[in-house]
Design a protein around this ligand. Structure first.
Ligand SMILES: *Cc1c(COP(=O)(O)O)cnc(C)c1O
Length: 390
């Protein structure tokens, strides 16, 4: 039964050209790494500031393992609570300018837990079309009614708010920085609407934290909206170079989630090593604005260069640069050709993005040199000419 079912499903995926396989890197997430035996320039990592490789970050992880051990030993409401978690939660709250914060084992788990705890079958979740899959799954788990608004379209969002006054509670939820397009949510307008229509507001700043805003406080800081967003979620797994996630907000939000968020209650917190690394990364982000400046210089250089070559890139600046090709087949051929040229930047196709919107998703790091970026541009030029997209 099982074997038959699995073989059928896998064959079906293969037939649709949608069978995916995990990629095996044989090195760290640094500007150059080894992928499937070949040295490649890495243009795909969420390690925006290069902090997974920072000596202080690695040292801090080792130090906390020596102090606390390799694992937490249990979920925090039972046996796995330790002082390092609380210290770091206070630091996150200070960084995000909120009263309190709570750690989760991953961003995926955080979104499931937060959304499921805040909404139920009498409530409405209003979600941006391009929100991350973990938000979509959290909304499903909550049993709340879900309405999706067109990407970044606050007119559509307001229409939904106007028509939905009958629900017990309403939750607006959006990525701060969208993971496939790299653009920012129109947060100032969304904050106004949430207030006017008395809805709860949650922002997932997985890609914003450490990258956008004064002091790297994220999309919320970028728009100067500190104190105006009730539920701020973020991850330790991207610019912070570690693993795990957090939510920042009021004391009562955090106390409520400790009691009601099932992915907090029934799951072990990030390990001491992961917290140690993320804490050190957060300190570096706060004390070294130069690192973020280098990232943004690289963003401008590469975006401009791709534009000049004739590729279709968005007008906005972001470390996530989608290079639009359109056709899924051509996109995958270009990705392959780039890899032959020694550049790793993945092709993204449906169902991750809508049909006709396939693209190469390029991400830049602060640790890329301008010579690295010149290499990338040369590879894009040669590969694009060779397969006829330029
Ligand atoms: C990566 C990501 C997550 C999931 O975070 P993990 O720590 O990898 O589980 C959630 N939301 C957004 C917007 C993301 O980009």
């Amino acid at each position: 039964m099982l074997m038959r079912f699995l073989a059928d499903e896998l064959n079906k995926l293969q037939g649709q050209n949608l069978l995916r396989k995990t990629r095996c890197f044989d090195g760290p997430q640094s500007p150059y790494t080894t992928i499937e035996g070949k040295r490649c320039l890495l243009l795909s990592s969420n390690n925006y500031l290069g902090l997974t490789e920072h000596p202080e970050v690695k040292e801090a992880a080792k130090r906390e393992i020596d102090r606390w051990g390799s694992g937490a030993g249990g979920a925090r409401l039972t046996t796995g609570g330790y002082a390092l978690q609380e210290t770091f939660e206070k630091e996150i709250a200070t960084f995000k300018k909120t009263a309190a914060a709570l750690l989760f084992s991953s961003g995926y788990a955080a979104n499931l837990g937060i959304i499921q705890a805040l909404t139920g079958n009498e409530d409405l979740i209003i979600s941006d079309r391009l929100n991350h899959a973990s938000i979509v799954d959290g909304a499903r788990l909550s049993k709340a009614k879900v309405k999706v608004y067109k990407h970044g379209d606050t007119v559509h969002l307001e229409e939904i708010l106007k028509e939905s006054s009958g629900y017990r509670r309403r939750l607006i939820v959006t990525d701060g920085v969208f993971s496939m397009d790299g653009d920012l949510a129109p947060l100032p307008r969304i904050v106004d609407l949430a207030k006017r229509y008395n809805a709860m507001l949650m922002v997932d700043d997985a890609h914003g934290t450490g990258v956008f805003g004064r002091d790297g406080t994220g999309s919320v800081g970028h728009f100067g909206l500190e104190g105006k967003i009730q539920i701020q979620m973020g991850t330790l797994s991207k610019a912070l170079g570690s693993a795990g996630a957090y939510v920042a907000g009021s004391e009562s939000l955090i106390n409520y989630l400790k009691n009601k968020a099932r992915s907090f209650i029934f799951s072990t917190a990030p390990t001491p090593g992961a917290i140690g690394a993320a804490r050190a990364a957060l300190k570096i982000i706060q004390n070294n604005p130069g690192l973020r400046e280098r990232l943004w210089e690289n963003v401008r250089y590469l975006r401009c260069g791709l534009d000049r070559l004739g590729y279709k890139v968005p007008a906005h600046e972001s470390p996530i640069i989608p290079v639009f090709i359109g056709d899924a087949g051509k996109t995958m051929v270009l990705a392959k050709e780039l890899q032959n040229e020694g550049v790793f930047a993945p092709g993204i196709r449906p169902p991750t993005v809508p049909r006709g919107m396939s693209r190469i998703r390029v991400t830049v790091m602060a640790t890329h040199t301008s010579a690295d970026l010149d290499c990338a541009l040369l590879a894009f030029k040669r590969a694009g000419k060779k397969i006829g997209v330029l």
